[in-house]
Design a protein around this ligand. Structure first.
Ligand code: C2O
Length: 356
């Protein structure tokens, strides 16, 4: 049977669930209980497609709009389902033991959306609602999230708008690795906790080779790209731990660790599941992870398809949408992004030529 997110009233407060030691962000990750019965998701009827721009090419006008939207989100009271804090807590609830698999009859098993084939679809839905909430806050039905284009040399540094204006900047976050946020520092898509010390050009070619591996040579079929099967009754921490998809295990995790502050007790914010959503960079990073799914499929290589197993298609999550309605969404409904009315601005794929 598929993983089914339970009624949000079953969300477990952290003291009883998976606790994070010495946390600097709240450990209380349950959503506001405005209602407990989710509605069925309805596809958006927007006239326009929201086109996500590459962060490094974003115009000053666009950046001002993006910052205004994040500021509006920060200005909401914390209990509001659209607030900055509640949006961050969604990640914590789905990753740090907020939910069990009780809806499928396994109250003793945790629901975990990482390290398996739930990774891409869960994060696609999470960003989908986050983006629409931001657009609504600034009354712009075409608003789209920027994507951090770390797979392209032009985007291989921390997007400058996150740091300019320092602390007055709504997309600034105090918990980042100060050695990495300068526009001169090239990202390390293989980052494992210590700086490679490689000169820029060499780091760029290592990054391109990593991308080729994770998008082509090590991602030849649905399970190697999306991650291993994870069904109702499976234990995310047991011996049957599913395999992690190539992008999730690779550049995705590397960029989390690279951005988080290693001096914080849990590498906050980006370096830990429970705190990652407090850094606006999280969503911009994940916009590119989401883009990788589309790019991988569009490469048109044999084997590059979504899983067809009903337990993948019918796995579901629950979110508050842009109208503060609680909705249940299924993996199968996020496969075609045209139906979700967003797309990505084109950017070259230089790693495609980097076959080792
Ligand atoms: Cu849910 Cu990038 O992690």
């Amino acid at each position: 049977a598929p993983i089914t997110t339970p009624d949000i009233s079953t969300c477990i407060p952290s003291e009883q669930g998976f606790n994070v030691q010495d946390s600097v962000r709240s450990n209380q990750c349950c959503p506001p209980m405005m209602t407990t019965t989710p509605k069925d998701f309805v596809f958006p009827k927007d006239n326009a497609i929201r086109v996500r721009p590459a962060a490094h090419r974003a115009t000053p006008e666009y950046v001002a709009k993006y910052k205004a939207a994040i500021q509006a989100m920060r200005d909401l009271p914390d209990e509001h389902p659209h607030s900055f804090v509640q949006q961050a807590k969604i990640h914590c609830a789905y990753c740090n033991g907020g939910y069990t698999q009780v809806a499928s009859g396994y109250a003793d098993k945790q629901l975990q959306i990482h390290n398996s084939w739930l990774f891409f679809p869960f994060h696609r839905w999470y960003l989908y609602f986050y983006e629409r909430i931001l657009g609504k806050l600034i009354d712009d039905p075409t608003f789209a999230l920027p994507y951090w284009n770390w797979d392209n040399p032009a985007g291989m540094s921390f997007p400058a708008f996150f740091e300019t204006d320092g602390k007055r900047n709504p997309v600034f976050d105090a918990f980042r690795n100060v050695n990495h946020v300068s526009p001169e520092v090239v990202v390390d898509l293989d980052y494992n906790g210590s700086d490679s010390g490689a000169p820029c050009l060499q780091q760029i070619s290592t990054n391109l080779a990593a991308m080729y591996k994770q998008m082509v040579s090590n991602a030849t079929d649905p399970l190697s790209f999306f991650g291993g099967e994870f069904r109702a009754g499976d234990d995310p921490f047991g011996n049957s731990d599913p395999s992690v998809g190539s992008i999730e295990a690779g550049c995705h995790t590397a960029m989390h660790r690279w951005t988080g502050n290693p001096r914080m007790p849990n590498n906050e914010d980006m370096g830990n599941f429970y705190s990652a959503g407090y850094d606006p960079a999280f969503y911009v990073h994940h916009a590119n992870v989401d883009r990788m799914w589309k790019v991988w499929k569009d490469l048109g290589i044999k084997g590059h398809n979504e899983p067809t197993d009903p337990d993948w298609l019918n796995a579901s999550y629950v979110f508050y949408d842009e109208n503060e309605e609680l909705v249940r969404v299924y993996n199968k409904d996020c496969v075609q992004i045209e139906n979700l009315k967003y797309d990505f601005e084109l950017s070259p794929l230089p790693w495609l030529k980097n076959r080792p």
